[in-house]
Design a protein around this ligand. Structure first.
Ligand SMILES: [Fe+2]
Length: 268
């Protein structure tokens, strides 16, 4: 641990320095904030049963990004519909449940905004049911709530969604397993290889202590950054509760991220 901190401190010396110093000074490596390496959950977390079969059993082979990985077709800003940020709109009627506003900022490790990044969310409905073939538990589907939305961050890195507060749902991980209420988020950068996926939770959820996915993020301080805050300012009278969730991509305050979800947002 001591060693890690040494490296971290050294890495920050010279932050923002030019790449080359004056005559005779040679190369000056620009400083950067060292990533907090244990922030993300381990690939193998036995209490979360799904990880047993899907984590890599051998060391990963780094494959350098070539042109194919860093270029290629992207969604394009014009493909995002004007009401895609509103999960309660355009579905033939009002969905059931407590309306809420989810908003926040996407920031880099130095607190600078990440502009124009695609933020996508998916979630269960108010009864805790996903619109998904694998979710067959006896809670009602809502014909007016599909549970997916997307938007781009603005110049300040802000995003905003209007949605319904999701319910807890049971899953087959262990006896009487229920997930805390959560919303899945995906962030896409400028290439398909730049995708980060995480889940946000709600303050004070009684399921936190019982949920192996939440607890697969090992440090309490890191788990705390997965919990949104109730936002009085964003709360709109007679209409919706506000919750704020900032996403930090790197550094010691980084948001814990999952591996890309190969199941495509299935229950879990
Ligand atoms: Fe989920």
């Amino acid at each position: 641990m001591h060693h890690e901190h040494e490296v971290e401190r050294r890495a920050e010396v010279g932050e923002g320095s030019p790449l080359w110093g004056g005559p005779g000074e040679g190369l000056i490596v620009p400083g950067y904030r060292r990533d907090h390496v244990k922030v993300d959950p381990p690939g193998d977390f036995p209490a979360y049963r799904g990880t047993i079969a899907r984590h890599p059993k051998r060391p990963l082979v780094p494959i350098p990004d070539m042109l194919t990985e860093v270029t290629g077709p992207l969604l394009g800003e014009d493909r995002i519909g004007e009401s895609d940020f509103d999960l309660t709109a355009g579905q033939g009627g009002e969905p059931q449940g407590q309306k809420m506003i989810l908003h926040g900022r996407v920031l880099d490790g130095n607190g600078r905004p990440i502009r124009g990044t695609l933020v996508e969310i998916w979630q269960a409905n108010a009864a805790g049911r996903y619109w998904h073939a694998w979710d067959n538990h006896p809670a009602p589907l809502d014909p007016h709530f599909e549970g997916v939305g997307r938007c781009l961050t603005d110049d300040e890195g802000r995003y905003r969604f209007v949605t319904i507060k999701p319910g807890s749902y049971p899953w087959g991980n262990h006896f009487n397993a229920w997930r805390p209420a959560h919303i899945h988020l995906s962030l896409l950068g400028r290439a398909f290889t730049q995708r980060l996926v995480t889940q946000m939770y709600f303050p004070g959820d009684p399921m936190f202590d019982h949920d192996p996915i939440f607890n697969s993020v090992r440090e309490p301080a890191d788990r705390a950054r997965l919990i949104s805050t109730f936002d009085w300012e964003a709360t709109t009278p007679e209409w919706a509760l506000g919750y704020r969730f900032d996403v930090v991509l790197r550094g010691r305050e980084a948001t814990p991220f999952e591996e890309p979800d190969v199941s495509g947002g299935a229950p879990g």
